[in-house]
Design a protein around this ligand. Structure first.
Ligand SMILES: NC(=O)c1ccc[n+]([C@@H]2O[C@H](COP(=O)([O-])OP(=O)(O)OC[C@H]3O[C@@H](n4cnc5c(N)ncnc54)[C@H](O)[C@@H]3O)[C@@H](O)[C@H]2O)c1
Length: 265
C-alpha cells in the first residue's frame, strides 16, 4: 500500500525552519590544535551547526586556512603550553564575542618512544602539550565558561590513557593526566557552583597525520588491527559536536571511547 504523504508535505515548512537552526547556533567555541586533523574536523562540524568557532593552533597559517573556509570563524595563534598566550587568546575572544560557551582541548603531540627510549626532555614536551595545555586551557577559560551560564569543556584524551601503550610511553601518561584532571575539575565546578560541565573523548585510530606516523612505528600486527578499526576525523567531530551542544546537557564526567569496539575486543 502506498504511504500517505499528505501530512508529511504539510510539515515541510516547519522542518525547514528547524533545519535552518544549527545544533550549536550562536555558541562561541574555542578549539585548540584546530589547524589540522581532528581539531580541524571539530571546527568544521561546529561551524556547520552554527557555532562561532575560534580556530586556534600553534601553526598560525593552518589556523587561518581553516578559519577562512568557515562561516563566522576566527583564527588565533595559540601555543597551548604558554600561559600568557592563553590569557591573550581569551582576552581577544572576549573583545570580539564578549563570551565563551565551550572549550575543546584538542591540541596534542605524540612521540613514539618506550620508557627506555624517552628522554626527560621528550617526556616533558609531550606532557606539556597534552597535559599542561589542557590544564592551562581549563584554568584560563573557566571564569568565562562559568559566566556563559552553561559552559562545556571537551577534553580530548586517547584510548592510550586506559591501555598499556609501550610504544608511546609519555603520550599515554599525558592522556592519563587529562582524564584525572578532568574528573577533579568537574568536582571543583560542582563545589563552587559553576555551571560548567566537562567530558572526555578517548579516540582510537582516526586518519590524521599523527596516526600515519604512529603506523610507521607500530608492529605489523598492531598496525593491521588499528587499520581495521580506523575511523575518519568526522566521526570524532560528530561526538565533539554532541558534547558541545545542549543535547548532552546531562552529560558531565563521561569518558567516551570512540574506537569501533577495538578496546573491548
Ligand atoms: N588521530 C587519532 O587517531 C587520535 C587518537 C587518539 C587521540 N588523538 C588526539 O586527538 C588530538 C588531535 O590529534 P590529531 O590526530 O588530529 O593530530 P594532528 O597531529 O593531525 O593535529 C594536531 C594539531 O595540534 C596542533 N598543535 C601541536 N602542538 C600544539 C601546541 N603546542 N599548541 C597548539 N596547537 C598545537 C598541530 O599544529 C596540529 O594542528 C590530539 O590530542 C591527539 O592526541 C588522536
Amino acid at each position: 500500500m502506498a504511504a500517505d504523504l499528505s501530512r508529511v508535505k504539510r510539515w515541510q515548512p516547519e522542518r525547514l525552519v528547524m533545519a535552518a537552526k544549527g545544533r550549536v547556533e550562536g555558541k562561541v567555541v574555542l578549539v585548540t590544535g584546530a589547524g589540522h586533523g581532528l581539531g580541524q574536523a571539530d571546527a568544521e562540524a561546529l561551524a556547520r551547526e552554527g557555532a562561532r568557532v575560534i580556530v586556534a593552533d600553534v601553526d598560525e597559517q593552518a589556523a587561518r586556512r581553516v578559519a577562512e573556509a568557515l562561516p563566522a570563524a576566527m583564527a588565533l595563534h595559540l601555543d597551548v603550553t604558554c600561559e600568557t598566550q592563553w590569557q591573550a587568546s581569551l582576552a581577544k575572544i572576549m573583545q570580539v564575542h564578549g563570551r565563551l560557551d565551550a572549550l575543546v582541548n584538542n591540541a596534542g603531540i605524540a612521540r613514539f618512544e618506550t620508557v627506555e627510549q624517552s628522554s626527560l626532555e621528550s617526556f616533558r614536551r609531550v606532557t606539556a602539550v597534552s597535559a599542561e595545555g589542557t590544564f592551562l586551557g581549563c584554568k584560563t577559560c573557566l571564569p568565562a565558561l562559568a559566566a556563559s551560564g552553561a559552559g562545556s569543556i571537551v577534553n580530548i584524551a586517547s584510548v592510550a590513557a586506559i591501555r598499556g601503550n609501550p610504544a608511546a610511553f609519555a603520550y599515554s601518561a599525558a592522556k592519563g593526566a587529562v582524564l584525572s584532571m578532568t574528573r577533579s575539575l568537574i568536582v571543583h565546578c560542582q563545589q563552587q557552583g559553576y555551571p560548567v560541565r566537562a567530558n572526555m573523548v578517548l579516540p582510537g585510530s582516526h586518519d590524521t597525520e599523527m596516526v600515519r606516523q604512529a603506523y610507521h612505528f607500530a608492529a605489523p600486527e598492531l598496525r593491521e588491527a588499528a587499520r581495521r578499526h580506523e575511523g575518519k576525523p568526522q566521526h570524532v567531530a560528530d561526538l565533539v559536536l554532541f558534547l558541545v551542544s545542549d543535547e548532552s546537557i546531562r552529560l558531565n564526567g563521561a569518558e567516551i571511547v570512540i574506537d569501533n569496539g577495538r578496546t573491548v575486543a
